[in-house]
Design a protein. Sequence first.
Length: 94
Amino acid sequence: MRKEHNQNDNDNEGQGNNHEFYQIHVDHKPHKWPNPTITGAEIKQLAGVDQRTYEAWQDIPGPDDKLIGDTLAVDLSQKGTEKFFTIKATTTEG
């Protein structure tokens, strides 16, 4: 995980200087995230998708990715947690 220190960022007024950011990717787009954790709902918000019809996933090396629920917080300080993607939720009708 790559952390960055921001000396003077006018986009984050009121947060003070030397604020740490976590560099993440959501749907292949880079974002600077100001907190050490991020939830599924926040991932979907960054992606700009419908909160009700999309799911957030953590891209994990190997065959199995991890579903991130709306209230589940992912620790961004851990190695390999910086890539996320969203997909339309699948529904089964009975």
